[in-house]
Design a protein around this ligand. Structure first.
Ligand code: C2E
Ligand code: CA
Ligand code: CA
Length: 762
């Protein structure tokens, strides 16, 4: 989960930095596009101004030459000849639409043949032409006059005026010409500027501080009247002015004086935002400007932004898919791990860990009543032993599948381990439960086909009920286990827990019944657990009884010894133990020529028998066992009252050289003071202390003081249940004498003991 949430954090971080990157890129891109347009427009303007200037210069010269020619020898008076010259000139200059000659007073005295001279027209008097004409009279250069509609030829023209002077500088007359001012086929089109770029050439401010256009690439189809008759709105002029001021601190005047091209942003007469580049032609008093709509920049920018956005979205989506996959696979892995920990690998059923983890949740929906079913397969061990674990496992898997199919989703089916299953079952009616349980038994005991062989197993079922039988799950499990043992009596049956079973009396009576025939049936044998001196040599062995019964299986001595004690079977059993172990060990000692001690556990009941000692001595004699190598282990749990009774007996036993060991020391009621009174040779420190010495300092100190007291009273100290190297180290440091436990060996059969001694000791 942790990894998964971190992964999303990384994703959001990438997304955030990605967004930041895209925004930065967009910002840079916008500036780049904007700058490019500015540079381009400025470049066009420089180009245009040069081109316009050289074009007018050329026309200036042509007009000068024509004028000189006409006035030479008063040629102009020969109308016929002059017209021919003008017409010829017109042909060579396709952009020119008219030629003419005016006298100093403004009268047109000559024209190309395409024009009929209007005798009433006087260029000096006519309001449209007057200013320009006057200007041409005093100007050295050709004057580019205000664009106007020339009715005679029905064209919008840019008039050109060039005064011709004699040697003394007196004006002889003015050559006049007109350039066709249309959008199409105009010479300025040769610049081949993009359609979005507008060229605007204006005359300089007139005496009224107004600006009129000379030429305008008219993409918007504004009427010519509006374009050329009206001056440019002050607002637009002002916008350019303030743009220049702001960016360059230039006024129009300053620009006029410095032949520079400046590029700014301003609004045009249509209130559109334009990138606007401007320069001044001082010879012909023209403002030459190139403009492009700011929208062009925006369009290009929007286009790029869209591409970026699409790309960003695709990459983000790819990342999302990637991270989604990582996160889900992470979640899946976690789930798998949890699943593995909580499920049995063989059958895939939930295990006990699962049950304990989920019981709280499960109980919420079954708060009123539920059953705990304990299932144990009958004779399953036989199958395992006879046919091997592979087949056993296959049958277990099939059993699990059959059970899984049978129980509801609301029930919790758990493999407890081995051939045991637990079911937490919803609280149905008892009758209904019994019907279901019978069905389970039927289902499980149907034939199993494994490796083309047929197998049959039974199942015994014990049932405990919440809350009637117990409240805690642990207790319910233990009660259902008890009930299951009851069912085992009959095999392939079930049993509901009842109060009678609470002290497992049924099991006890079972043990009693079976134990009676155990000796005759050879079901009992002795195991021996080695006891090792602190220098690693063998001290002796402890005899521990073992019982395996056909019906009850393996039954531990702590289960059946108390039963034997209660039911009067202990005497017979005790004799069996004494004779068997004396004989076994005598044989081994002889066989291996090895002298070592034998410890036999003696129950209190045995000690109480009147003839215990004489019988013991008899047995020792019969089996020809060395008395001094025999120890009797009596448990410390002997009650204080019985102590007085056994004290003389223990003294007698010691007299014969047989040693006494106090078993399970530290667990009973007795105080350390009894050690003083009892004739004891050996203290067996109980396993429960040994278990804790590695991590519990006070327990360790207690063991140390037991050992010290033992030493004080001249007793050997023996630690039982040692399971690790570390424990032995601690115990050796505490000067414990003898060690016994799984670390060295588990209790061994006679044969295995011989093998152990051969391998480890001799
Ligand atoms: P105990 O006399 O205290 O015997 C020691 C028990 O601890 C044995 O269990 C032994 O197998 C076990 N043990 C030994 N080392 C270790 C170890 O390192 N770790 C662990 N976890 N256990 C260890 P067992 O054989 O089941 O005997 C249980 C008890 O039954 C004995 O306790 C003893 O009180 C009684 N018992 C066993 N055999 C006889 C017998 O022949 N006669 C009598 N009267 N009682 C016996
Ligand atoms: Ca013992
Ligand atoms: Ca013990």
């Amino acid at each position: 989960m942790l990894i998964a949430s971190n992964i999303w954090k990384i994703f959001y971080l990438i997304l955030l930095s990605g967004t930041f990157l895209v925004l930065t890129l967009l910002y840079v891109n916008y500036n780049e596009i904007n700058d490019r347009y500015h540079i381009q427009i400025q470049h066009y303007t420089e180009l245009l101004s040069k081109s316009v200037n050289s074009d007018f210069l050329q026309k200036d010269m042509v007009l000068g030459i024509i004028g000189k020619q006409l006035f030479k020898n008063n040629n102009y008076k020969d109308i016929q000849k002059s017209k021919l010259i003008l017409d010829d000139l017109l042909k060579q200059n396709p952009y020119l639409v008219s030629f003419g000659l005016a006298d100093v007073n403004g009268n047109v005295i000559l024209s190309s043949s395409n024009i009929k001279i209007n005798p009433n027209k006087n260029l000096l008097i006519d309001a449209v032409t007057s200013n320009d004409f006057k200007e041409s009279l005093i100007s050295e250069n050709m004057v580019v006059a205000k664009t106007y509609y020339f009715k005679t030829i029905k064209e919008w023209i840019i008039p050109l005026r060039k005064a011709i002077r004699d040697k003394n500088g007196n004006v002889l007359g003015v050559v006049i010409a007109g350039i066709k001012n249309t959008n199409k086929g105009h010479y300025l089109d040769t610049l081949e500027l993009s359609k979005n770029i507008t060229i605007e050439i204006t005359k300089d401010f007139d005496s009224n501080k107004k600006v009129y256009r000379q030429y305008y690439t008219n993409h918007e189809n504004i009427s010519y009247e509006e374009l050329y008759n009206d001056h440019i709105p002050d607002k637009a002029v002002q916008s350019v002015n303030s743009g220049l001021q702001k960016k360059y601190n230039y006024s129009f005047d300053k620009l006029r004086k410095n032949a520079k091209t400046l590029t700014i942003e301003a609004t045009n007469p249509l209130e559109k935002n334009m990138i606007f580049s401007i320069t001044y032609d001082s010879r012909y008093h023209l403002w030459i400007t190139v403009q492009v709509s700011k929208l062009e920049v925006m369009y290009e920018f929007y286009y790029n932004a869209l591409l970026y956005l699409i790309l960003f979205t695709i990459i983000s989506l790819a990342f999302y898919v990637l991270f989604y996959n990582i996160s889900t696979s992470e979640k899946r892995k976690n789930k798998e791990l949890v699943f593995q920990a909580q499920h049995d690998t063989l059958t895939n059923l939930p295990n006990r860990t699962y049950m304990y983890t989920n019981i709280k949740e499960w109980k919420k929906t079954h708060a009123q009543k539920y059953y705990v079913l304990f299932l144990d397969l009958d004779n399953f061990k036989n199958i395992n032993d006879k046919f091997g674990h592979t087949i056993g496992d296959k049958i277990l898997v099939e059993v699990a599948q059959r059970l899984e199919k049978f129980f509801n989703v609301g029930d919790m089916l758990v493999r407890q381990g081995g051939d045991e299953f637990i079911v937490l079952k919803e609280g149905i009616e008892e009758k209904e439960l019994e019907l279901q349980v019978q069905e389970v038994i039927q289902i499980v005991s149907k034939t199993y086909h494994v490796n083309s062989k047929e197998f049959r197993v039974g199942v015994s079922l014990g049932i405990a009920q919440y809350p009637i039988d117990a409240l805690s799950i642990e207790e319910l499990l233990s009660l259902s286990d008890t009930a299951m043992y009851e069912a085992k009596k009959h095999k392939n049956s079930y049993c509901l827990f009842s109060e009678k079973m609470r002290h497992s009396s049924v099991v006890k009576s079972d043990i009693e019944q079976e134990l009676r025939g155990a000796i005759e049936n050879n079901e009992l044998w002795m195991a021996y657990q080695p006891q090792i001196n602190s220098d690693g040599s063998l001290y002796g062995v402890e005899a521990l009884i073992r019982w395996e019964n056909e019906k009850l299986g393996f039954v531990g001595p702590d289960k059946f010894i108390p039963v034997a004690e209660e039911t009067g079977l202990m005497k017979e059993l005790g004799e069996f133990i004494i004779y068997s172990s004396l004989r076994d060990i005598k044989n081994i000692r002889d066989e291996l020529d090895l002298s070592f001690n034998l410890s036999i556990n003696i129950s209190v009941v045995q000690l109480m028998e009147a003839d215990f000692l004489s019988n013991l001595l008899k047995a020792v004699e019969i089996e020809n066992f060395t008395r001094t190598c025999l120890t009797l282990e009596i448990t410390e749990s002997l009650s204080i009252e019985s102590l007085d009774d056994v004290l003389p007996l223990l003294d007698d036993i010691q007299e014969y050289g047989i040693q006494i060991s106090l078993d399970d020391f530290g667990t009973g009621y007795s105080s350390l003071s009894i050690l003083r009174d009892l004739p004891i040779n050996e203290l067996k420190i109980d396993k429960s202390f040994i278990d804790k010495i590695l991590y519990d300092e006070s327990e360790k100190a207690l063991v140390q003081s037991i050992i010290n007291i033992g030493k004080n009273f001249n007793m050997k100290t023996l630690a039982e249940g040692v399971e690790s190297d570390e424990q032995i180290k601690v115990l050796k440091a505490a000067h414990c004498d003898i060690f016994q436990g799984y670390y060295y060996s588990k209790p061994l059969s006679k044969e295995n003991l011989i093998e152990f001694l051969n391998k480890e000791i001799i």
